[in-house]
Design a protein around this ligand. Structure first.
Ligand code: COI
Length: 362
């Protein structure tokens, strides 16, 4: 039976003035709405106790399994306000399915697609006032996640699990918006190995990416490019974003999904758009040294990162040790910006949605 997320309204929500101050300059992931959706799973009873409750701190037993063995999965998607004030989600069923796939890999219980979507819709309906105005690039970033909640130090799947969905009014992920960004090629740190959890959206992958990310910062790059863990030979993904290259013939190239790369919803959408446009995108193994040589020779004319949070972020240059490889002329290229604009136009309801990707909440 499907879950029903009953609403328990916050008796003292943020005032209209407090909310307006946040929405005027939300940043990314810093502020949260008045409510959150929650549900509990037990091995005996399955999912239950679903509700929307006031957002706030929770108390956890220090022995909660998630703190020790990182049994956790999460998702990221956005709610968009359209010009007529209606609120829409972009492909929430795809995120729901990916969370099921991630949960299976992390030996967590799966939340059915309809319950995942119902939790988001109940939360967004309750906190509609927190969805930023459309027009720019602000949206309500939604973060569903499932954690091992059992107080037990033995290493086995938890028998008590909690699901949460929180929401954060947010602006662009990168402070510079669509300004091209430098990416550091990490020759030392990797994020995912064959047979591991690379294709799952789990906190552990992001924890594993942080040292590489710090190395990137230390070299003046806001982002990192990870290589495959087995040979340090092929490009895989950026820190939390998938990677695309554009060649002089206008073709799109992206690393193929081999189990160590997150199957991004934005990645998939771009591939679908590219196929429709006859761009014949290629999913393949891409050797890092070959890629850098082709950037330098000018054969690769554009590169970009993509993900829910970042949408599409152009690459200015790759930095590899002391070498810098500027992509094209170092500015945002037309193919990159074309995909970025198309996605944003669909998400904000400025163009038709022939794929039926958008789902109206209210
Ligand atoms: C997203 O794009 O939604 C992510 O989860 C990635 C993270 C860098 C914010």
């Amino acid at each position: 039976m499907s879950l029903s997320f009953d609403v328990h309204p916050d008796p003292s929500p943020a005032t209209a003035e407090e909310r307006a101050a946040v929405l005027a300059a939300p940043g990314f992931g810093r502020h949260f709405t008045d409510h959150m959706a929650v549900a509990t799973w037990t091995v005996e009873d399955g999912w239950g106790d679903a509700k929307v409750v006031p957002y706030g701190a929770e108390s956890f037993h220090p022995a909660s399994a998630v703190f020790h063995y990182a049994q956790e999965v999460f998702e990221g998607l956005k709610a968009y306000r359209h010009a007529d004030d209606s609120i829409w989600l972009f492909r929430p069923e795809a995120n729901a399915q990916r969370m099921i796939d991630s949960a299976e890999r992390l030996a967590l219980p799966t939340l059915p697609v309809e319950d995942f979507v119902a939790s988001i819709e109940a939360l967004v309906r309750q906190d509609t006032a927190w969805v930023p105005a459309g027009g720019g690039e602000d949206s309500l970033y939604i973060r569903p996640f499932t954690i091992a909640h059992e107080d037990f130090l033995g290493v086995r799947p938890a028998r008590t699990v909690r699901y949460y969905c929180i929401a954060s009014p947010s602006g662009p992920y990168f402070a510079g918006g669509a300004e091209p960004v430098d990416f550091w090629v990490s020759r030392h740190y990797t994020r995912a190995a064959p047979g591991g959890t690379g294709a799952a959206k789990c906190g552990g992958n992001y924890a594993a990416s942080l040292a590489g990310q710090e190395e990137a910062y230390a070299h003046g790059c806001p982002q990192v490019l990870f290589l495959d863990a087995a040979q340090l030979r092929y490009i895989e993904e950026f820190g939390g974003m998938n990677c695309f290259l554009v060649t002089r013939d206008g073709r799109l190239h992206t690393p193929e999904l081999t189990g160590t790369i997150l199957p991004g919803v934005t990645r998939r959408s771009i591939l679908e758009l590219a196929r429709e446009r006859g761009l014949d995108p290629v999913e393949e193994h891409i050797e890092v040294d070959d890629m850098l040589a082709r950037v330098r020779s000018g054969e690769i004319t554009e590169a970009f990162a993509c993900g829910t949070a970042a949408v599409v972020a152009p690459v200015r240059a790759f930095k590899d040790g002391d070498e810098e490889y500027v992509v094209g002329d170092g500015t945002s290229g037309p193919v990159t910006m074309g995909f970025r604009q198309t996605l944003l136009d669909i998400q904000y309801g400025r163009v038709a949605d022939p794929h039926g990707w958008m789902r109206k909440v209210c």
